[in-house]
Design a protein around this ligand. Structure first.
Ligand code: HMG
Length: 387
């Protein structure tokens, strides 16, 4: 069988965050509820001129700079905070990234899961066309209503990945376990900017989906629990990942080794939920926060998207993988960020009101190369500051 998987991964998150201590102080609750109870520290906050498209462009740029565009014939954009109901978010990237015209773009949606569906389809595609590569981008802004129980689990970020044969970073295993059930645990009707959700139910269904996907994975001939060196989970908040890890160990009738899951939570604690990007950020966090050489290590991966579809799958770290990571750049993106006050957070949370039939300019708040300049009579205008 042809070896397929990830040859590059790159991450971006906005340069502002609100500390969960600030949120706790405002609501008059014990900060430990957030730091320990849900296991989160910061919520990444995009500026008004940042969205899933600009975050994606920032994440993808280093991949394009290093590998060029010649072999890429498909861009898959996984998001649940897309900017248009018809046009794929990826097409807005077309000029920003200097992509060629002989390329296809598709946007995929299934809550936080869709990047995993896109990854599996990409692996099958490049196996059929080994001279081609797919640029897969998972990008989301996770925004909940103010004062809701979900408020502390907001966040934003994008992970861009290059999918190819003979992967340089991670080989994706051919076996996976799937689980779908039609439930209303988290959803966002077309007329809403923020989702509706049943937080407690969603956490329970996440655990059920984990067990069912794992059972399907094992029934399909997947590895045993103790054959994995690390585990990465979809992380709406890191405490759920810890619970998932214990739950899976119980199902596999072994003692949970938390050390195999915690490295995957380091970045996510700083960023918050990044929906489709979350499990891929956990993978990056695992690979970039280990002093140990992980070459040949086996990763157990759990992807969940409310509604709900889940998948348990695996990957093997390719020897020499470190050459294809950028831990310094990613830590710099996280470390250079600035905390905002509660009032600044509220100002960022509210959208700029759009003028009907005229140009609405966005304040220049992004620090990256790409920004949403404005919306002109409902047409989004993006700028490359270097273009
Ligand atoms: P809540 O109801 O405000 O919190 O919201 P809680 O009262 O359940 O407390 C949370 C934990 O903190 C509890 O621990 C408390 O005991 C603990 P647990 O019982 O769960 O182990 N706690 C404290 N710990 C230490 N010191 C203290 C303290 N006080 C309390 N002083 C909830 C929690 C997750 C429900 C909320 O954040 C929420 O609704 N979030 C949004 C939905 C969500 O993230 N669901 C996750 C599963 S679904 C999913 O992952 C899909 C998703 O990413 C979307 C997609 O697929 O597109 C969301």
């Amino acid at each position: 069988m042809v070896s397929t998987g990830l040859s590059a991964m790159s991450f971006y998150t906005p340069h502002r965050y609100v500390s969960l201590d600030t949120l706790a102080e405002h609501h008059g609750i014990d900060p430990a509820k957030f730091s320990k109870g849900i296991g989160q520290e910061k919520i990444a906050m995009p500026g008004h001129d940042e969205d899933a498209v600009t975050l994606a462009a920032e994440a993808a740029r280093p991949i394009i700079d290093r590998f060029g565009t010649d072999d890429i014939d498909t861009v898959l954009f996984a998001t649940e905070s897309g900017v248009d109901q018809a046009k794929s978010a990826g097409i807005f990237l077309h000029d920003l990234l200097g992509l060629p015209n002989n390329i296809r773009h598709v946007e995929l949606k299934q809550a936080c899961y869709s990047a995993t569906g896109a990854l599996q389809m990409s692996c099958a595609y490049v196996a059929r066309k080994p001279d081609k590569k797919i640029l897969l981008i998972a990008s989301d802004v996770a925004r909940y209503d103010l004062d809701s129980s979900g408020e502390a689990t907001q966040g934003a970020g994008a992970v861009a990945m290059l999918i190819s044969t003979e992967p340089k970073l991670l080989e994706i295993g051919p076996i996976s376990g799937l689980f779908t059930e039609d439930i209303m645990d988290f959803w966002r009707p077309n007329d809403r900017r923020t989702p509706l959700f049943d937080g407690k139910l969603s956490a329970l269904r996440y655990m059920k989906a984990l067990v069912e996907a794992w059972r399907d994975y094992r029934a399909n001939g997947g590895s045993q629990y103790d054959e994995f060196d690390r585990f990465c989970y979809h992380l709406p908040f890191s405490r759920l990942g810890e619970k998932a890890h214990s739950h899976l160990a119980k199902e596999a009738e072994v003692a949970a080794d938390m050390g195999k899951a915690l490295p995957g939570m380091i970045y996510n604690r700083q960023v918050g939920n990044s929906y489709t990007a979350s499990i891929y950020l956990a993978i990056l966090s695992t690979l970039e926060n280990s002093d140990e050489d992980l070459s040949g290590s086996r990763l157990g991966l759990f992807s969940y998207g409310s509604g709900a579809t889940a998948e348990f799958f695996d990957a093997t770290v390719v020897p020499g993988y470190r050459e294809y990571l950028a831990p310094e750049r990613h830590r710099e993106i996280l470390n250079r960020r600035k905390a905002v006050s509660y009032d600044e957070y509220i100002a960022l949370w509210h959208a700029v009101p759009e003028a009907e039939g005229a140009m609405t300019s966005m304040p220049d708040e992004a620090v990256g190369r790409y920004r949403l300049t404005g919306i002109d009579d409902k047409k989004r205008i993006y700028t490359d500051r270097q273009g």
